[in-house]
Design a protein around this ligand. Structure first.
Ligand SMILES: Nc1nc(=O)c2c([nH]1)NC[C@@H]1CN(c3ccc(C(=O)N[C@@H](CCC(=O)O)C(=O)O)cc3)C=[N+]21
Length: 296
């Protein structure tokens, strides 16, 4: 068998088209332009690339983009003061603080100082609690993108066995909550899981979010299963830097029913969902109906 390749890049373009048409309507009918503020502390080259591409796509869908680049040794007080200003700024509907932050800053404290209604990353404890109890919240972008691709491929996910590899707060845990919300039987496996290969082989859906290049080989995958690869790892191969996922693509694609590639899978969906969340936050802030198909 050769897996169907789930084209995250094309799917993300569709999501952005939907977002853009809602934004046009918001402007014409309500005179509102959604705004996203992205805060970057320091000059990590990879982070700068992501922030630039977020800003570009934000403008492309017709939203306002506000970039705040702060010095690497910015004090916590100054960062909190900026967030406080953005919280109070009615033209800003979404706030994203690029992670990881420099070590001298307490990222939990910083994230929890964002107004939960503007927390388009869905990392604020209040959004985490709302998601965990099945209440309306802001949903983390990467897991939301994965969910959209899974629903698009399968229709209903009810009753499926899902294994999430990785237990991070930004991907593994919220991904498990979303799959549970869609009535999957969910297992979270991690570095201390016994017989992880056997656990994985039971899965109809595997979401790999461990951050270890090509850790999941094809013989961990049940024939016909759907594989979502969240990993984005830069490695050296044949003297070149290449981007690989957490899944060994060649061997997994030979047995899976469907698989997301890296690049061109989950990554582009993450940014598309950030724009979708900003639109959702803007609609909620203005008491308007939420866009359909763009939330969990
Ligand atoms: N508060 C916060 N929220 C984030 O969502 C967040 C963050 N911090 N810090 C960094 C990570 C990383 N991230 C990516 C988004 C898109 C691609 C993406 O589009 N990747 C392309 C390839 C891009 C490349 O070539 O490097 C792809 O997979 O096809 C990758 C990575 C969001 N992050």
């Amino acid at each position: 068998m050769t897996a169907k390749v789930i084209d995250g890049k094309a799917f993300a373009a569709e999501v952005r088209t939907k977002v853009a048409s809602h934004v046009t309507r918001l402007k014409e009918e309500n005179g509102i332009t959604p705004g996203l503020a992205v805060v970057l502390v320091g000059e990590d080259p990879a982070s700068q690339v992501y922030v630039r591409s977020k800003g570009k796509q934000t403008v492309e869908v017709g939203m306002n983009s506000y970039e705040h680049k702060l010095d690497v040794d910015t004090s916590e007080a100054d960062l909190l003061a900026l967030i406080d200003r953005l919280n109070k700024d009615a033209t800003v509907h979404g706030i994203l603080v690029q992670l990881p932050l420099p070590k001298h800053l307490d990222s939990d404290l910083v994230i929890n100082s964002i107004d939960p209604a503007k927390d388009v990353d869905g990392f604020h404890i209040s959004n985490v609690g709302l998601l965990g109890t099945g209440q309306k919240s802001m949903v983390p972008c990467t897991p939301l993108g994965c969910l959209m691709m899974l629903r698009d491929h399968h229709g209903s996910l009810a009753g499926m066995d899902a294994v999430v590899l990785g237990r991070s707060n930004i991907v593994g845990k919220p991904m498990a909550q979303l799959l549970l919300g869609d009535s999957c039987t969910v297992t979270i496996a991690h570095s201390r899981t016994k017989d992880i290969a056997d656990v994985c082989r039971r899965a109809d859906i595997v979401v790999a979010a461990v951050g270890r290049p090509e850790m999941v080989p094809g013989d961990w995958i049940k024939p016909g299963a759907t594989v979502i690869d969240v990993g984005i790892n830069r490695i050296e191969r044949d003297g070149k830097t290449v981007l690989v996922g957490d899944v060994d693509y060649a061997s997994a694609a030979a047995v899976a029913g469907a698989i997301t590639p890296v690049p061109g899978g989950v990554g582009p969906m993450t940014i598309a969902c950030l724009l979708a969340n900003t639109l959702t936050a803007c609609c909620r802030a203005n008491g308007l109906a939420e866009p359909e198909g763009l939330t969990a």
